[in-house]
Design a protein around this ligand. Sequence first.
Ligand code: PGA
Length: 248
Amino acid sequence: MRKKLVAGNWKMHGSLAENAALLSALKPALAGIEAVVCVPFPYLAQAQAELTGSSIAWGAQNVCEEAKGAFTGEVSASMLLDFGCTYVIVGHSERRSLYGESDTLVARKYVAAQAAGLTPILCVGESLAERESGVTEAVVSRQLDAVIDAAGVASLAKAVIAYEPVWAIGTGKTASPEQAQAVHAFIRGRVAALDASVAGQLVIQYGGSVKAANAAELMAQPDIDGGLIGGASLVADEFVAICRAAAK
Ligand code: PGA
């Protein structure tokens, strides 16, 4: 059976004091439950200091596609490794839409993360206009295929996919468990057509307005293997409840 994995995406939130309070609430409450927090770059050292030895892993929300060099303002995968990261989010819809990250660039970031030994959490998902015009599967396929073409299907054995319908992110509109399950099954099927064993093991998280109140029904779907949690990951009780729902 696949393990379920819940990751928090703090986005550009937090401060040293707020993070300390959040992490000290999460640590005891999640003892023995595997979870991840993806924090802003400046707080990676704090995450490392607070979380080493706990069941909570940490990671970043973005990574440079290049290994080193004259790339002002960028952060490399090996730098993330220096701070004990095990995960990094790549291709979040906010990066794609607000910072113009293309499928090709996202695939390069995925490759750079894996080359350094990090597990990429690859985000895919359609906008509202795309869903309404019936191209959800085409969009998700295009985003997924860019990575498979660049890195091979076997690379997914060391990756996590997060299906995040853009219209459900931060809007309070969650995909229904059935809507989410349908896309998760589609993604797994597309991978299975290339490699059934990789598909069977692949962790596919759902993201988009997941909260304590809707986590259990989402996590009960056969192809939903956890969640990527934005807003609710900043509230200790909410995040803990979501992680516990996934661990059941
Ligand atoms: P949300 O964000 O849970 O606040 O909708 C999810 C995400 O963007 O990863």
